[in-house]
Design a protein around this ligand. Sequence first.
Ligand SMILES: Cc1cc2nc3c(=O)[nH]c(=O)nc-3n(C[C@H](O)[C@H](O)[C@H](O)COP(=O)(O)OP(=O)(O)OC[C@H]3O[C@@H](n4cnc5c(N)ncnc54)[C@H](O)[C@@H]3O)c2cc1C
Length: 359
Amino acid sequence: MTMQKSEAIVSVADAPAQLEGLLELMRRHDVVVTQEDGVHVGHFPSGQAHLSASAERVEMRIEAPDMTALNAIKLELTGSLTYVYGQELNIDWSGGTDVRTPLPKLCVLTVQSVEQLTPHMRRITFSGDNLIRFAENSNLHMRLAFPDGAVDLPLPMVNGRGRVVWPEGAKMPVLRKYTVRKVDLESGTVAVDFVLHDDAGPGSRFAAAARPGDVIAMIGPGGLTAAAADWLLLAGDETALPAIGRILEGLPPTARGVAFIEVAGPSEEQPLVRPDGFDVKWLHRNGAASGTTALLIEAIRAADFPAEGSVFVWAAAEFEAFRSIRTHLRKERGLSADRQLVVAYWRKGSTEDEMGKAH
Ligand SMILES: Cc1cc2nc3c(=O)[nH]c(=O)nc-3n(C[C@H](O)[C@H](O)[C@H](O)COP(=O)(O)OP(=O)(O)OC[C@H]3O[C@@H](n4cnc5c(N)ncnc54)[C@H](O)[C@@H]3O)c2cc1C
């Protein structure tokens, strides 16, 4: 078989450390990494990447059986190295830079049904193809692409630079991050729980008006779940409730821990399937606006962490809550970075795009 090939040399400060970060991210994305003559080899589902670093350069040589597979590897490496480096990188892949191929991680979704779980939480079940990679509990998140206004959803492609591109003149969809709440491979459906929040943006507006037959797209999956531990602490507001629900459902029956979930009040509580040794404690805002209370950090501060055994804390909430939880875990509990995953899911007064730009 003739293989398609491409390579890129990227100048970055402290290249060996950037390469280590890239390899770590690849492993987390289930890419097997081996070594051949001092070069790291990433075995992607449909091709290979040979990766090495000198003091200030990361070198990447990739090969795959066709351009779709080659572009998929470019997309993965370009996105991951940029993420690890923390700023935009100019990655100049050789050859085939004009070739556009379908975005590998995109699924077109059609609304099948809408269910009001609680006054401010809507479950939308979508039908879609190729959902198998979203069924893995280790990757909880994805991006949804909503059409901007009353237009058909334009579908993005990947170009030979490993970047996502849109059809010429397309009215770009708006992207928002959400959690895969449930996947049913037999019926080919995926459920997403949307918070209907004040100051509605494109995501919550779509959910409030969704009707069977509406079409959006899903890109992913990505994002990590809680790591295994003898005792788990899960914490979050209603935007994290879908993730907490899914994490709890995926735990072994012997799992122990506590989940603190902040919601507006008792009417927003949901029945959650969970192991017997897991407590769920609902924290009510009692009239306070979301994103304005200290309920989560107060509950975490007061929690008794077990003296023996391993601990993992997974938390996601509004930015200020995220910040206070992260600081508490690091400074007051002394929890190491590999024993916690604390994320800001939204920021009061900022849309998701504005929040992304601010970081
Ligand atoms: C990894 C990840 C997974 C997520 N999973 C889910 C999920 O499964 N379900 C879900 O509903 N959300 C989830 N979120 C949060 C969701 O992405 C944000 O709430 C997002 O801002 C919603 O987009 P929007 O278009 O409705 O509002 P935007 O256009 O982003 O914002 C419009 C306004 O609404 C405010 N706002 C945004 N969210 C809230 C809120 N929850 N309460 C009050 N005001 C708000 C903003 O501050 C802004 O002022 C997740 C976020 C991340 C990062």
